[in-house]
Ligand binder design. Structure first.
Ligand code: 5GP
Ligand code: MN
Length: 339
C-alpha cells in the first residue's frame, strides 16, 4: 500500500479538476511510456486535464499504445510543451529519480510552481526535488507502482483494456518478460488482475517484441558478430557501436534496445556494457548478473545510475578511451570478481 499520509496529500492535490502534466525520462522505455499513459488515462477518467510531455520521441515498437500519438515532445513541439508545463498545477514525474533525467525539459520543469509528485523505483532519488513521492526500489517497475496508487485510490475497477495494456507493457519490459525483478509475488497478482480487467498479454508481448524492422535485427546480429569483445578475466562483455555502424544499419530510435542483455547469456559473464557513439557524447548501457551493482559503477565512474542490475551513463571521450577506462577501473571497483 502507498503510505497513507502521502496518499492523503496526493488525494488533496487532485481534489477538483486540475491541469496535470505527466513527464518521464528522456529516451523513454516501455515502463516510462506505459506508466505515463496508464496514469494519463486514469486521471482523465477522474476529470482532470492531462498531457504527457516528454523530451524526445518513443521507439516505434511502442507507437501502438493507446494515445501514444497524443504525447507532446519538447524536441518537436517546444512551445506547446513549455506552455503546458508553465500552466500545470500538478506535475507527475515518472520512472526517473532526478529532474535532469527529463532531458531538454529540465529547465522548464525547474521554473514551474506546480506540485511535483514522483513515482519511481530507481536507486537514490533526489527526493528534495519533489513535494510527494511514491518510491520503492523493490518494485519491478514504475507501472507496478502506478497500479499500487490506483489500488490505494480505490480506482482499480476503472482500469480498462487500454490502461491494462499500458501497465502490462511497463511490467513486462522492465522485468525482461518476467525473467528478473520478479521475486515479489504481487507482480504476478497485479498481472492476473490486469488479465481479469481485459488485458491480452500475448498480444501486447507480440506488439512490442515481434515488430522489428529487418535492419534492427541485422544490427543485433552485427553487434554480436562483429562488435562483441569478451574480457574473460573481468567476466565482462563490451559491445561498441560507432556512429557509422548505426548509419550503416539505418538506426532508428530504440533499435539498440535489448542488445546489452544478450551477452549475459554467456556463462560466467557478469557484466555487459553497450557503448553507442552519439552526436556529442558516448552513451553507456550496463547490465549485470548477481551482486555486481551497475548502479554504483555508473554513478561513480560514468555520470549515470539506475538499478543494481541495469543502469546507464555517459562519457565525453572516445569509444576506445571509454573501453580502456572501464577495463582499468573494473579491478579496483569490484572485489567480488576473481581475477
Ligand atoms: P538503459 O540501459 O535501458 O538505457 O537504462 C537502464 C536503466 O538505467 C533504466 O532504468 C534507466 O532509467 C536507468 N538510466 C539510464 N541512464 C541513466 C542515467 O544517466 N542516470 C540514471 N540515474 N539512470 C539512468
Ligand atoms: Mn522503470
Amino acid at each position: 500500500m502507498i503510505d497513507p499520509e502521502c496518499l492523503n496529500n496526493i488525494t488533496e492535490v487532485l481534489n477538483g479538476s486540475r491541469k496535470i502534466v505527466i513527464n518521464t525520462h528522456t529516451n523513454p522505455d516501455g515502463d516510462a511510456v506505459g506508466s505515463s499513459l496508464a496514469l494519463y488515462f486514469m486521471l482523465k477518467k477522474l476529470g482532470h486535464q492531462v498531457d504527457v510531455v516528454i523530451a524526445n520521441s518513443i521507439p516505434s515498437f511502442y507507437s501502438w499504445m493507446p494515445d501514444a500519438d497524443k504525447i507532446i515532445y519538447f524536441g518537436t513541439n517546444t512551445e506547446q510543451a513549455r506552455k503546458l508545463i508553465d500552466e500545470a498545477e500538478v506535475i507527475f514525474c515518472l520512472d526517473y529519480n532526478a529532474i535532469h533525467r527529463s532531458g531538454s525539459l529540465k529547465d522548464s520543469l525547474k521554473k514551474s510552481n506546480a506540485v511535483f509528485i514522483l513515482i519511481d523505483h530507481h536507486q537514490e532519488p533526489e527526493l528534495d526535488s519533489f513535494n510527494y513521492h511514491i518510491w520503492n526500489t523493490l518494485r519491478s517497475s514504475t507501472s507496478e507502482l502506478v497500479f499500487k496508487l490506483f489500488d490505494s485510490m480505490e480506482v482499480v475497477k476503472l482500469i480498462d483494456k487500454d490502461i491494462a495494456s499500458c501497465l502490462f507493457t511497463g511490467i513486462m519490459t522492465d522485468t525482461g518478460s518476467f525473467s528478473y525483478s520478479v521475486s515479489n509475488s504481487e507482480t504476478f497478482s497485479i498481472v492476473a488482475t490486469l488479465i481479469d480487467l481485459g488485458l491480452d498479454a500475448a498480444d501486447v508481448h507480440s506488439k512490442v517484441y515481434n515488430s522489428m524492422t529487418e535492419s534492427r535485427l541485422r544490427l543485433m546480429g552485427f553487434a554480436i558478430n562483429d562488435r562483441l569483445q569478451i574480457f574473460e578475466k573481468l567476466q565482462t562483455a563490451i559491445i561498441a557501436l560507432s556512429k557509422q555502424d548505426l548509419l550503416d544499419y539505418n538506426y532508428q530510435i530504440g533499435d539498440t534496445e535489448g542488445i546489452v542483455n544478450l551477452p549475459l547469456a554467456i556463462e560466467n559473464i557478469r557484466l555487459s556494457v553497450l557503448i553507442t557513439e552519439k552526436k556529442d557524447h558516448i552513451h553507456l548501457s550496463l547490465r549485470s548478473k548477481g551482486s555486481f551493482s551497475v548502479n554504483e559503477f555508473a554513478r561513480k565512474y560514468l555520470n549515470g545510475g539506475g538499478h543494481i542490475n541495469a543502469a546507464g551513463g555517459k562519457t565525453y571521450t572516445t569509444i576506445q578511451q571509454t573501453i580502456d577506462d572501464i577495463i582499468r577501473i573494473l579491478p579496483e571497483f569490484d572485489t567480488q570478481i576473481v581475477y
